[in-house]
Design a protein around this ligand. Sequence first.
Ligand code: ZN
Length: 403
Amino acid sequence: MWKRLRPLIIATLLMPTFLLPALSWATETEDEENPPAEPVPVTAVDQTAQPADSSASQAALRLLSNTVEPGSFNTLYWSPEQSFASIATPVPVLVAHGAHPGPVVCMTAAVHGDELNGIEMVRRLMFDLEPKQLNGSVIGIPIVNLDGFRRAERYLSDRRDLNRHFPGNPQGSSASRIAHSLFTDVIAHCQYLVDLHTGSMARTNLPQLRGNLKKPEIVEMAKHLGGITVLHGAGAQGTLRRAATDAGIPALTMEAGGPLVLEEGAVDYGVKALQTLLDSLGMKESSRFWSAPQPVFYESQWVRASQGGILLSNVKLGDKVKTGQVLGSVIDPISNTGSAVLSPFNGRILGMAVNQVVQTGYAAYHVGVEKAAEKVEQEAEAAESQAEEQDKDGPSTSQSLDE
Ligand SMILES: [Zn+2]
């Protein structure tokens, strides 16, 4: 793998650094809330251009105004510098800096403060690492949105969604400044990023990856996570993984379970996938070189409730469904009339709403069809441009609903 990556990394290192921010600049769209960001310098970490070689010596890691020695585990703090009444709340950043050179893998959790499964994934993965045996570094931020986490809410205190403001802007809104600070202080040091999420607003997701499969480096990265479900999507403007991808850092979102709960099955599955990533990047001394199962790529669509009322499901997450199968029904409790929500095609339930009261048009079931990665990529391209014209506010074919 290193043989394949080496020319890319060397090319990146040789590229004048002013060109890198220019790439992310070019993809910015202008809007009132989020004016174009200042260019974010992407720090190339030259030590990782070498293959994971346990005999080579590792340099100290400079991060968040600290020097982290090789072979050590540290808790650093990132201060977003945005706070009520100047009371800053430093956010803990866990760093395992390996004794030997290798890639820098980052994991972020609870960018949405009510999404708990990722917090537990980061804890399990980080405290299982042995820095003295590690090739490269693992940086884990268990709770990015500490502010939302304390209130058990998805958003920041100003009701903004932090995951719509990356890479941020130091002169923008509060959310945009926080995003910019995280992006420059931590994310720019990463060579791979996995941003951990769950379903949103009383929806739950089968563990799955989301990434821009039009980029070969992201397809490659997804393959390192083993036999997990992968969905294509560029990601909504302002999502962390999209901004990282635009800045040249291969990034994936992992969705697993629902908000406000800790789900052992989802956590366990996610940790296994993340460990497979570290293994297949050759970061663990004890790497077993077994071939990981291949990921399964999906194309997907949300199915919406055609009326308001009480939604009761007939299916479970992960179920295989057939065209026309009743996924659930929505019943009006006053008139006692109802309608069935039907599957538009043969597929699998990748995400769904929990039983609840819904309004007309509520995205209730996320149904996916297995496809070859290349096919997903081609068809997604056509579907995306169509969807952009038809439905600018809704997730008819995209997966940006939860992220
Ligand atoms: Zn989320």
